[in-house]
Design a protein around this ligand. Structure first.
Ligand code: M6R
Length: 626
């Protein structure tokens, strides 16, 4: 989704803004822009396409020199990705000064506000909802930017993270948020504001976050204003609500290592994150398995353990890959903890007037912790009396802050738009959660121990699957020209089939469908023709024979069988054209290994088709609008 970077401080701002924008590229965008204040005038550059295009444009204009600036990558919502619609957007104050705004989110009442502002003489030049914000701040500006922003935000409904500046106040940045993420890095002589920590960590690890409806005024300028080029700088910030009530925000230490967000030896973040899964799993499981006591340790849940034991129903929710992890969670909680569970798309759950019975617990599954639909569903369920748990990766994200308790994934930042290590982390955490509850209800120590043993070996198991990357690539090469694929599985492996299909379509743009293997004969079998690639997750377990029957049905119609099968299973060799092996683990843990080859299938297909794996078309890493 849109990305914001803003800076005020003692360094030349343009290179810092470009560096920040590049760090945010993974979020997905289609145009970019920046504004600075130079000689008491706002200078703006905007471009469609990549940040590098914007950079060349600024260089061609002789470069931008300033110590204050705001920049943005836009993922189009209102109006196409044109230069006119790219941010920053501006407004003229009554005194003739210029306000510039970058914004992430959606202003819902922009039509009414546009009418109001047009009547007051403001002329709109874009089709965005954001421009209304710039004009509104300008309309309300009376010599104090912070006040004007507060007043404007009191008139606005919707979601926003914004950074605003004015040429009349060249040492002041004002930012605010409601719903959309924003963090503020506190440097020695500077402030850097960004949509996520990846654009901050190169400058500082000291950060503050804002709650909804809060505003920060960040000032940085030379102590001696008469000699702006040299001498010490003075910095000062304050935080308020949009009603101008002072609030205190704690400065926190950002736990992020620059290395984690750099490519290193890998050509793409997606491949890096797939290949690093043994390590990310180790981090996810660290300290959570107590073999001696034969138990799972989930510190974040300790205060709520009684409520968990009394739970009558779990509702798992999420979108995309997180939803698929939630579907596996549904199987795990019913199977291991014996508590009714259902997983629903957050976007559907929220609007269907759900009945929340007493003892319901909603579990929000999300890598970013900022997905608007998931957040809205969690709020809805909480309002109706459910207790809320988060299974989230991004520490300090909105979902993690709004839940009653939760379990972090601890798999490190995920940059690749296609979620991989977060999925495996989500499923691992949900497995731990099901065991945590199951052990306290009726699971025997012996059963728990079997799972814990296999969970401990999981990083090695995954590493072994990853060794087949070249073999998987060779297989994909034979089928990559085909435009339609099917992914089929049963039981625990049905959501894995959904995930395999999603991965393939989102980065290779091949049409793929995932479904329960048995569902195929109820219609989709009509699609199967000579040579159609059909991926079966055919690991050994309670439904293995049934999956083999489904494989036969596809083979009889000319489909090419690509099977994910258990090590040592020789029977499958008679049926499959290609086989990817996974270690033999308990059925409830199979998704953790069977998804790995499917991630590699998607990755290799996208590379072989020549696509930009880390920047798939039309996609955003974190979808912060409904
Ligand atoms: O950040 P979240 O886990 O809440 O994101 C949910 C989905 O937007 C996300 O999983 C999306 O489907 C990915 N592109 C999948 O690879």
């Amino acid at each position: 989704m849109c990305g914001i970077v803003a800076y005020v401080g003692n360094k030349n701002v343009a290179p810092l803004l470009f560096e920040g924008l590049k760090r945010l590229e993974y979020r997905g965008y289609d145009s970019a822009g920046l504004a600075i204040v130079s000689e008491e005038k706002i200078k703006i550059a905007r471009a469609t396409g990549r940040v590098s295009v914007l950079e060349s444009k600024v260089a061609a204009a002789g470069g931008f020199e300033s110590h204050i600036g705001i920049a943005h990558t836009r993922w189009a919502t209102h109006g196409p990705p044109t230069e006119a619609n790219a941010h920053p957007h501006t407004g003229k104050t009554k005194s003739g000064h210029t306000i510039a705004v970058v914004h992430n989110g959606i202003i819902e009442n922009y039509v009414t506000l546009t009418k109001y502002l047009t009547e007051r003489g403001h002329v709109f030049t874009s089709q965005t909802d954001t421009e209304v914000l710039a004009k509104l701040v300008a309309e309300l500006y009376e010599g104090d930017l912070e006040k004007a922003v507060q007043s404007a935000l009191r008139e606005v409904t919707g979601a926003y993270a914004i950074a605003v500046m004015c040429d009349k106040e060249p040492h002041t940045l004002v930012c605010a948020r409601k719903g959309s993420p924003l963090i503020i890095g506190i440097g020695e002589d500077s402030y850097v504001v960004a949509s996520d920590p990846s654009a901050v960590v190169a400058h500082t690890t000291q950060v503050i976050t804002l709650d909804d409806y809060q505003v920060a005024r960040l000032c940085a300028g030379p102590k001696d204003r008469k000699s702006p080029g040299g001498g010490p700088w003075a910095v000062e910030f304050r935080t308020t609500t949009i009603d101008n009530v002072r609030v205190t925000r704690e400065v926190e230490e950002l736990e992020l290592d620059l290395q984690q967000i750099e490519l290193g030896k890998y050509p793409h973040f997606m491949l890096k994150e797939i290949m690093e899964q043994p390590e990310s799993l180790r981090n996810c499981l660290r300290g959570r398995i107590d073999q001696r006591e034969c138990r799972v340790v989930l510190g974040g849940l300790t205060p709520l353990v009684r409520d968990l034991m009394r739970a009558k129903r779990f509702i798992l929710t999420g979108q995309g890959t997180a939803f698929h992890a939630g579907r596996i969670g549904e199987y795990l909680l019913e199977d291991l903890a014996k508590i009714p569970a259902r997983c629903e798309y957050a976007s559907e759950f929220r609007y269907r007037n759900p009945i929340i019975e007493e003892g319901s617990i909603i579990i929000g599954v999300s890598q970013s912790g900022e997905t608007a639909d998931t957040l809205a569903a969690m709020r809805e369920a909480k309002e109706r009396g459910a207790m809320a748990l988060g299974v989230v990766n991004a520490v300090g994200s909105t979902i993690s802050r709004e839940t009653d308790a939760g379990v972090y994934l601890h798999v490190g930042p995920e940059i690749g738009v296609a979620s991989t290590k977060a999925f495996v982390g989500q499923v691992a955490v949900l497995t731990l959660l099901a065991l945590y509850i199951g052990k306290r209800r009726f699971l025997s120590d012996e059963t728990v121990r079997t799972y814990l043993n296999d969970l401990e070996k999981l990083p090695e198991h995954v590493a072994k699957v990853l060794e087949q990357s070249d073999h998987i690539r060779a297989c994909v090469e034979r089928h990559v020209h085909r435009d339609n694929w099917l992914f089929l599985g049963r039981g625990y492996n049905y959501p894995v089939a959904l995930e395999g299909a999603l991965k393939l379509k989102e980065i290779s743009y091949i049409h793929a469908e995932g479904m329960p293997a048995a569902e195929m004969k109820h219609g989709p079998i009509a699609l199967i023709d000579e040579g159609m690639p059909v991926v079966f997750i055919a690991t050994q377990g309670s439904q293995y024979d049934k999956v083999i029957s489904n494989i036969e049905e596809v083979r009889a119609r000319g489909g090419k069988i690509i099977a994910v099968a258990t090590e040592g299973d020789t029977r499958i060799e008679k049926y499959a054209d290609s086989i990817f092996r996974v270690p033999n683990v308990p059925e409830a843990m199979q998704p953790l290994v069977s998804v790995i080859p499917l991630q590699l299938v998607a990755y290799h297909a996208a590379v072989l088709r020549g696509h930009d794996v880390d920047k798939p078309r039309n996609l955003a890493k974190s979808v912060t609008v409904e």
